[in-house]
Design a protein around this ligand. Structure first.
Ligand code: PMP
Length: 454
């Protein structure tokens, strides 16, 4: 095959050979790809020269923005010095060791051990495998069931996709397994007991208690949740949600897994949402903002108690049979260290918190539009929920694809974000946004909503 050099040739090869994630496949064949060519700061440019402001940080991951020189230089230097080192067989590399120490120092106290992977899905799988191993190794082999939240997202791996609770990820894939269960999403806007926060919280606690009672506490391993449900539509649970779940898990004798693949690394303001809420999970999953998307990497942090149980399980000298070739990759680790420097010394967490306040004030103004049911926002993570009727909260007619049309109009006018289920617009700007960048974002969203709903 000759080297493709025209956009038409690239489009044709893509159409014929790249099976894309999370698109309607035949629709993609008809539509073709939007092919990105380059990026700088908070902007992306496609191969036709169309430049847009990125209001979604790629896929909620490029938290530091594009073209950060310190990150690029760290990657280059590490590639020259040591492009690969395994973590198997007692081998290690300096950047991965440093990163493990730094993650533990930022995480809630008591999470002491780090398992490195490639992305959020395998971080969740690692969490599941550690929990299973722990209970088997400590003489509680019946603890096999996992409970998550409806509308939760925990990746698309064979095991994690069953903890995810979005229909697309289940249909035809034979998940959830009989050991995977879900309780209602603590979504104040649409919960049967909403919008009262206290009632939604109490109901969620009761739902977990009764699910555990139904399965038998001796059979339940863990409850898993995101601090804010990202892919489910940026659903912000009532204040105190994580603490209430921690308390309930303790009472019921089950473990708590908090999935901060999206919310970690300043997305909601602080470094980690759970630490800010004073909650220490037994397992914490991280990815995305860890390397800000400059290279693939994830981290699963487990408590010292879990580690001791797991280590004792192998105290007859058997190796812990878990890991991947690229776990703790030195280039990804060097990138993560440079990215962490930007969050802390580089002031990006502080900037994100400050600009996030402006974002909140400005985006909330969209609630005055008759087609906006709710604006949800914490830090640099936000959603605008579109409705056909504000009073009844009726959703727009799905066949009209309103969310998609707003997105398409905004894209033509220089802004990219994401539409969920065609009625929720999602935003995750990078932490290097300025207040003026936020104004551009919100003004363009308002203009596109007004255009589509006019
Ligand atoms: N957990 C959460 C909370 C996520 O949002 C995601 C990805 N959006 C994942 C896990 C899976 O991560 P990945 O796509 O990197 O496998």
């Amino acid at each position: 095959m000759s080297i493709p050099n025209t956009v038409a040739e690239l489009t044709e090869i893509d159409r014929c050979h790249w099976l894309h994630p999370v698109v309607a496949l035949q629709q993609h064949e008809r539509r073709g790809a939007t092919i990105w060519d380059s990026a700088d700061g908070i902007h992306l440019t496609d191969v036709n020269g169309h430049r847009v402001q990125d209001a979604f940080s790629g896929l909620w991951c490029v938290n530091v923005g594009y073209g950060q020189q310190s990150v690029i230089e760290a990657a280059q230097a590490q590639m020259r010095k040591l492009p690969y080192a395994t973590g198997y067989f007692h081998f290690a590399s300096e950047p991965a060791i440093r990163l493990a120490g730094r993650l533990v120092s930022h995480a809630p106290k008591g999470l002491t051990r780090v398992l490195f992977g490639q992305g959020g899905s395998d971080a969740v799988d690692t969490a599941i495998r550690c929990v299973r191993y722990f209970f088997n190794a400590t003489g509680r082999p019946d603890k096999k069931h996992f409970i998550g939240l409806q509308r939760g997202y925990h990746g698309s791996s064979a095991a994690g996709s069953g903890l995810t609770a979005l229909p697309l990820f289940h249909r035809y894939f034979d998940v959830p397994s009989p050991q995977q269960h879900h309780i209602p999403s603590p979504n104040p806007y649409r919960h049967a007991d909403g919008p009262d926060d206290a009632a939604v919280l109490a109901s969620t606690v009761r739902a977990l208690e009764s699910k555990v009672a139904e399965l038998g506490a001796d059979n339940v391993a863990a409850f898993i949740c995101e601090p804010i449900q990202g892919s489910g539509g940026v659903i912000i649970p009532p204040k105190g949600f994580l603490a209430a779940m921690r308390k309930t898990c303790d009472t019921l004798g089950i473990l708590l897994i908090v999935d901060e693949v999206i919310t970690g690394f300043g997305r909601t303001g602080p470094m980690f949402a759970c630490a800010a809420e004073g909650v220490r999970p037994d397992v914490l999953t991280l990815a995305k903002g860890l390397t800000a998307g400059y290279a693939p990497m994830s981290a699963t942090l487990i408590s010292e108690e879990l580690y001791q149980g797991i280590a004792e399980g192998g105290c007859d000298g058997t190796a812990f049979g878990h890991g991947q070739t690229y776990g703790g990759h030195p280039v990804s680790a060097a990138i993560a260290n440079a990215v962490l420097d930007l969050y802390t010394d580089g002031g990006l967490l502080t900037n994100g918190e400050r600009v996030g306040q402006h974002f909140e004030a400005k985006l909330k103004e969209l609630e005055e539009l008759p087609c906006v049911g709710e604006v949800r926002i914490r830090g640099m993570l936000a959603a605008v929920e579109l409705v056909a009727d504000k009073k009844t909260k009726a959703k727009p007619d799905a066949t009209l694809r309103m969310g998609q049309r707003v997105l398409e109009h905004a894209f033509e006018n220089g802004l990219v974000f994401r539409a969920f289920n065609d009625d929720i617009l999602g935003f995750a700007p990078s932490l290097n946004y300025t207040e003026a960048d936020i104004d551009v974002l919100v003004d363009r969203v308002r203009a596109s909503i007004s255009h589509v709903f006019s």
